[in-house]
Design a protein around this ligand. Structure first.
Ligand code: NAD
Length: 502
């Protein structure tokens, strides 16, 4: 048997229970069904994986109430005990990493090559934030002439977490781990297109000893369950990852209950390749950052800005490599690009092939569907593009790269910043002074020089402009999930201004 056959057989075993029961909500440690359900499909062959409970405002109310009721107990549990539970969750994820990876691939179309690592990164997120639990609430003492002022951080309360479908398990842990470490309780609504691994996460958490109601999962659609989450008065904040226009909806929906929002949104990230760079490494990174994870990656470098002196040679090498990228079954370990998530997303991504032609760009590689069934597309490269074209301005969110030439550093900077988004930027140059100057002026929340995106958990993750508000990572996560509290103690008999005493 090939590794693909092995993986398919193992997956079949893991899916049997979902076929039987469907995916139910998990609220206060118990399953909850709905009369209404929807199908989750595999993008590999468009088959139904299972039924999923379609959450309503009433389900969200139950889950928010459970999170509200569980909050004091979780907040007040000794930090060492909360830390131990988070470590056991990390161990539980590691123990079921293979199951998580297989289910994720089948549910999302992401290649096993990347999802096996993504499951383990989920465990790393829990381990990292477990280590932060002990000092998360520490504060400062800020002495004034008359007062001993102290600060403390306290968890904000029950929070809602809304996640997208592109790498759902890893992204969920990235939000839920710091929330739990802070002492918050959580209602999680995973994306309707990829509900499988959120169910595995809540099971693992409960098996690790997380008390009932601390993590609750409600499935369903954004405009129904997601909206109800944003509007619920018992939830104090919404941590959201998804599209920029949904982010704006999240803010509107949460206005009446004064929600605190953390928004991680879309991107149209530039990778700028100067002619003095290590071009072989730049080529590898350019390809990795747009064609891995099916290009369904918020930090993908979807706009290549390449210096005109090296453009022809660089693009020729790109075409050769892009044409060799292995598109195939996501459970085949050799596959580099799997199918896109859904029929709707497939239609969106492939519509840009005509848009590119209409706008006058050249399709230098790909530009068509791959195979007959499933939502597979060929890795695609557009050349001869200008920055005002739709293929240079809109987030396509697929394995599609737009290459734009530039002449001078000044021009590169203008093109790089000429976008509504500002999530990441990648700069390839061996001129240190230029790198310093350029990164100083580049409008992005995260920039890598002579590197692809290498995530280091203590660093801040997030975007500027339409790419988001707020930061994850390190202590920045706690800034969102916690409130600062100030307490001033009089150190003597300072003068209190007397009114009505004259
Ligand atoms: P999406 O905005 O369509 O959906 C994300 C989540 O929001 C889903 O769970 C959905 O059900 C929910 N939702 C939709 N409408 C809602 C509403 N009105 N109220 C509450 N919830 C609602 O995004 P998507 O298509 O699932 O994911 C792809 C997008 O996510 C891309 O734009 C990508 O760049 C972005 N993304 C950003 C980051 C980041 O860190 N910046 C990471 C991953 C993905």
């Amino acid at each position: 048997m090939s590794k693909l056959d092995d993986n398919l057989a193992a997956l079949d075993g893991h899916l049997a229970r979902f076929r039987e029961t469907g995916i139910l909500h998990r609220i206060a440690g118990a399953d909850h069904a709905n009369a209404a359900t929807f199908d989750t499909l595999s993008p590999v062959d468009e088959s139904v994986i299972c039924q999923v409970a379609r959450g309503t405002a009433a389900d969200v109310d139950k889950a928010a109430t459970a999170a509200h009721d569980a909050f004091p107990g979780w907040r007040d549990m000794p930090a060492t005990e909360r830390r131990a539970i988070l470590i056991r969750i990390a161990e539980g994820i590691e123990g079921r990493a293979e199951e998580i990876a297989l289910c994720e691939c089948w549910d999302t179309g992401q290649a096993y090559k990347f999802m096996s690592k993504a499951a383990l990164r989920g465990a790393e997120n829990f381990r990292y934030f477990a280590d932060q639990v002990i000092q998360a609430r520490d504060g400062q003492h800020l002495k004034s002439p008359t007062l001993m002022n102290i600060t403390a951080r306290v968890p904000i309360g029950p929070v809602g977490v809304i996640t997208p479908w592109n790498t759902p398990f890893m992204l969920s842990t990235w939000k839920i781990a710091p929330a739990l470490a802070a002492g918050c309780t959580v209602v999680h609504k995973p994306a309707e297109a990829s509900p499988l691994t959120a169910r595995l996460l809540v099971e693992i958490a409960e098996e690790a000893g997380l008390p009932p109601g601390v993590l609750n999962t409600v499935n369903g659609f954004g405009e129904e369950a997601g909206k109800a989450l944003c509007e619920h008065p018992k939830l104090k904040a919404i941590a959201f990852v998804g599209e920029s226009r949904t982010g704006s909806q999240i803010v509107k929906q949460g206005a009446d209950t004064l929600k605190r929002n953390h928004l991680e949104l879309g991107g149209k990230n530039p990778v700028i390749v100067f002619d003095d760079a290590d071009l072989d490494r730049a080529l590898d990174a350019v390809i990795f950052m747009i064609y891995s994870i099916n290009g369904e990656r918020c930090t993908s470098s979807s706009r290549l800005l390449v210096q005109d002196t090296i453009r022809a040679e660089f693009e020729a090498k790109l075409v050769e490599r892009v044409n060799r990228i292995k598109v195939g079954h996501p459970l085949d370990p050799a596959t580099e690009v799997g199918p896109l998530i859904s029929a709707e997303h497939f239609a969106k991504v492939t519509s840009y092939f005509d848009i590119a032609r209409e706008d006058g760009a050249t399709i230098a590689a790909g530009g068509a569907r791959h195979g007959e069934a499933g939502y597979f597309v060929q890795p695609t490269l557009f050349t001869g593009a200008t920055n005002d074209m739709r293929i240079a301005q809109e987030e396509i969110f697929g394995p599609v790269l737009t290459s734009i030439p530039f002449g001078t550093e000044k021009e590169a900077l203008t093109l790089a910043n000429d976008t509504a988004y500002g999530l990441t930027g990648y700069v390839w140059t061996n001129d240190l002074t230029r790198a310093l100057r350029f990164t100083d002026r580049l409008e992005a929340g995260m920039i890598w020089v002579n590197s692809e995106n290498v995530r280091h958990l203590p660093t801040p993750f997030g975007g500027v402009k339409a790419s988001g508000i707020g930061r994850d990572g390190g202590d920045w996560s706690f800034e969102f999930y916690m409130e600062q509290k100030h307490i001033g103690f009089a150190t003597g008999q300072h003068r209190i201004t007397k009114l009505g005493a004259a």
